[in-house]
Design a protein around this ligand. Sequence first.
Ligand code: PLP
Length: 459
Amino acid sequence: MSRSFEEALAYSQRWIEILNKSALSEREAKQIINESKTNFAEHYNKGWLEYRKSVTEAGDWAATEWTGSGALFRDVLGREYIDCLGGYGLLDLGWSHPEVISAVRAQLAYRTPMPSQELIDPLRGVLARLLALITPGDIKYSFFAADGTEAIEGAIKLAKMYTRRAGFITAVQAFHGKTMGSLSMIGKADFREPVGILYGGPVYHVPFGDADAVERQLDICRRVGIGIAAVLMEPIQGEAGAIVPPDDFWPRLREMTKHYGVLLIADEVQTGMGRTGKLWGVDHWNVAPDILALGKALGGGVMPVSAFCSTEDIWQVMMYPNPFIHTTTTGGGALACSAAIAAIQVTLRDQLWEQAAAKGDYLIPKLKDLATRYPQIYDQGYDHLGITGRGLLIGMHFKDAAVGYKVAAGLFRRGVLVAGTLVSAHTIRIEPPLVITYEQIDQVLNRLSDTLAEVSRTL
Ligand SMILES: Cc1ncc(COP(=O)(O)O)c(C=O)c1O
């Protein structure tokens, strides 16, 4: 594209005017859809647009998200959907939670949105103290960034610096993010293979939930002299399709990492903040990790903010001899922290994890009932009749990706947003905002029932 400051000035001006409009005409809305499609195709990622568009089967007028509240959102044409995806765990508090918005607005209206870098900004300290108060075990210190992958990068670096070892043990099918360090830890060839050589240290992948396999790997590494810094796991695997490990898995991880003198890192980026029916995924098994990483819902679905947190002992290497060993210019800015402080307040006050537990207990058996009625549609190879998960992190496992795709598309036509796990519709996640109402859950179940009846007729 040829360079044009004039065009950029006029185009940004036009969009600032649109941003300031509280309502749009239908003509303007359609114009925005067309423009968004073109911009995505020409300047963002054509493949992504094609994938999204085909999943939604939206035809000419691809759904362009615009506003939302609770578990409902509307596209730019005003069509309403029930959100059963929750931004992959971002929207635990629902769309545009008013108290989070109000905290961010107040910070923006009365004080500075970003830190000077040199002085001490109060909100970062407040958020770190809050996390020390609500995280398990002796966790006391935190570092803030914008997204989950940065939190994992920080956790990896901290574990390396503290132990002075380079090896990690993670799980097959694990997901930890897509920057180079976290990408090295994930257990999916789709994302690793095209990139080639990744992290320099050794990374061993073992089957998720198999404590014996982790122990075997720790033992082998000790015997051959390969230093392991940490075992890194999701409490419940999210992107793998809401896979819950056996009950002895996390307690055994805790025991064996202590025995072998390696750190235990819990990736709570998706499971944290109440998603699985406890405030933290590891709370299901009363395990306190050495390092905990979180993100997504921490910003209340309003601002990007993530963190990695650890104990005073481990944090020494972040403070001495060089307190600037790990920094970021924008991470943990005042707007992000104000959103996270409000998100924590709402989560604790409304006991959102209890809501997730109760709603999951209501929804999961009903999903299982539906799955038993359609054995030709669901993958019965899984325990639990094609349905896995806990709280409101739920996976529906289908015979194959084509069937899963049909179910996702059928639901979307009926006004329910779901999506496959990354790049495959074989497993569809049900991951609504934790504030979804029981009425909305019933509507989802009715629409799923209609969709399954329709899909079964086409098989
Ligand atoms: C468990 C887990 N860790 C890390 C990440 C990466 O987070 P982000 O996409 O914010 O970088 C994700 C994202 O889905 C995740 O589910």
